[in-house]
Write a protein that binds this ligand. Structure first.
Ligand SMILES: [Zn+2]
Length: 205
């Protein structure tokens, strides 16, 4: 691609670094921005800068937050003894949208995936186990997507929790194997949390 401007070229290059954005799409987006009022580009720039400088990870559940403790963990009306284990913030948003869950979360930051070089030490599993060891947790609900990586991760955590005084359950699947949690419809997902089953039962299939 031949550019008439170095500035244009650089903007297109940076935009094309985003997933799913090729050079052509990047060029279209950049030209679109140029046609918009300058204030709009400034707001976008501010939002992106704020994202990197201002965002924190909740010190209790590791969810993305603006504050040390996220709104869910800081809410006294939530049941802190029930912890739903999820992969990332998208799962928290999906479950929150169902309005069926009143407990806390624990955001792992991914799933165990040897092929991608992601091991237990790359996730927040250790802090989850420590939380359970402290005795403050009554129930752990596994809500990872039912892919091979999700199952591996659930099982790894389950083994780490053996011998500790905590109930483990898994969300009942109206959701087909391989479906990502974030795409499940709200009614199905809400029901599957209410109708969760003991984790042991999920191992027999
Ligand atoms: Zn939190």
């Amino acid at each position: 691609m031949e550019f008439s401007s170095k500035l244009l070229e650089q903007a297109v290059y940076e935009m094309s670094q985003l997933p799913g954005i090729g050079k052509r799409t990047a060029l279209r987006l950049v030209l679109h921005l140029l046609q918009q009022p300058e204030a709009q580009t400034e707001q976008l720039t501010e939002a992106l800068t704020g994202l990197r400088t201002g965002i924190k990870f909740c010190k209790n559940c590791h969810n993305i937050s603006d504050t040390e403790l996220c709104e869910i963990c800081a809410n006294p009306n939530r049941e802190s003894a029930i912890v739903c284990v999820v992969e990332d913030v998208r799962d928290v948003m999906a479950i929150e949208n169902t309005s069926q869950y009143r407990g806390h979360y624990h955001v792992l930051g991914g799933k165990i995936s040897p092929l991608d070089g992601i091991g237990p030490q790359d996730l927040t599993i250790y802090s989850l186990i420590e939380k359970v060891k402290s005795g403050a947790i009554e129930e752990i609900i596994f809500a990872l997507s039912s892919t091979m990586e999700g199952d591996t991760t659930n099982f790894y955590i389950y083994r780490q929790l053996e011998g500790l005084n905590v109930k483990t359950s898994t969300i009942a699947r109206g959701i087909a194997v391989g479906d990502e949690l974030e795409f499940a419809d709200e009614v199905t997902l809400g029901r599957s949390i209410l109708n969760r089953i003991p984790f042991e039962n999920s191992l027999k299939h």
